[in-house]
Ligand binder design. Sequence first.
Ligand code: SAM
Length: 464
Amino acid sequence: MLTKAFIEERKLARDSQFFMKTLAPTNSEGDLRFVLEKLGRLPSDFDRELLLNLLKHAHPSIRLLAVKNLGKLKDVMLLDAISKFANSETDTATRREAVSAIGRMRTPKAIPLLIEFLKDADPKVVLQAIRGLIIFKMRPEAQSALTELANHPNELIQDVINQELSAKTESKPEKQPAHPKSLDALKNVIVHADVRDVLSATPDESVHLTFTSPPYYNARDYTLYESYAAYLQFLTDIFREVHRVTKEGRFFVLNTSPVIVPRMSRAHSSKRYAIPFDIHPMLTQIGWEFIEDIIWVKPERTAKNRNGGFFQHRKPLGYKANSVSEYVMVYRKKTDKLIDWNMRQYDDGTVEASLIEGDYEKTNVWQIHPASDKVHPAIFPTDLARRIIQFYSFEGDLVFDPFAGVGTVGNAAAMLGRYFFLAEQEGQYVERAVWTIDASLFTNVSPKYLNLTEFRTILNKEKE
Ligand SMILES: C[S@@+](CC[C@H](N)C(=O)[O-])C[C@H]1O[C@@H](n2cnc3c(N)ncnc32)[C@H](O)[C@@H]1O
């Protein structure tokens, strides 16, 4: 039986008869695929004709593997053949592989060919051509062809071009503290004020993670907005500021759900607002990059029953689902740096102490029992905050909640060795937050309760 080891051995033995036999176009597609997939590194004298012949094979997967193997030879003499093949190839994955093979030759002779492929209708082919051209980006012809793509309609192409051609500013302005650090004036603080004022006093790039649950439009009675549009604008303004105060590449996690504003009378219908879906485009426009959609599922018995009428009449169009879920949307402050860059900011001890040990939820469906509070009508469970803080911050990080309520995020942050920074405009909730965190058996953190003036004064002192 043919094995990878045997193919390897035949390669070393320069057994051309063996390869003529196993790579004959008349062999079955399965056999050909097996050999082509197991060829591994090719000796520079490998018989190109065997592979070039397979570029005419009826099956695209064989053509793809053949051109992939030709690419491994990095032979400039093959440039014309591969380029002609790429131009006539109809299967897009195979064309992509052919352009990648041209790029991998790393020869200036490929520049004009790759520039032609920048006009391809398939964005993935264009991306492969960009990859091949980037190593020549200092050459004027490559640079001007790449620069022209800055306004390409495809967003991935735009991102790559902007990232590659913009001057890299690796070092941050000196006034920024080191990435893991945050101002002492913001640590374990609860500010009793409108969060808009709190944010306007907060310096750029201060916080590592924000986790929050904003007011639910006019569905609860603690906040009233003139209109849904005004409500979305209010949130957008705040989340733009949250973006400013968030450190590069760090996370913003938003818990919301569609809400119902009850009907005026039996002659009217109630209205449902899809808050997570309506706020999402606004967040991406601000510069938050979408990362995860986590669905928080509660036990069915805890959901409000909307099913009564339908249960009786069973008529189509009248179905109403009992809502047992909320959305926990995860965003990252857009950057061209990889997550690894953020991880590398921390010393080994901090990374070790922040590891998520044992079992954890592997899906995006999180079953968590809701929480209730005798003072606040809409708190989220500590377990939800705990998971988010563990997954998206390191020990010693600063976790922000602009709509802190009774301080669930603060409590969870303190339990996990993170600092918290909370804003809440209702005095009774602030008092409860201070009391809860202070009295917690799991921490010995005493929160600083500040009004806006005190907050500004403390911050200014530290900034001096
Ligand atoms: C859904 S609750 C958050 C509850 C919180 N997650 C908890 O577990 O306690 C939203 C909170 O935002 C607060 N809030 C609304 N508008 C605000 C504003 N402009 N500034 C600060 N807090 C505000 C409300 O008073 C309410 O407590």
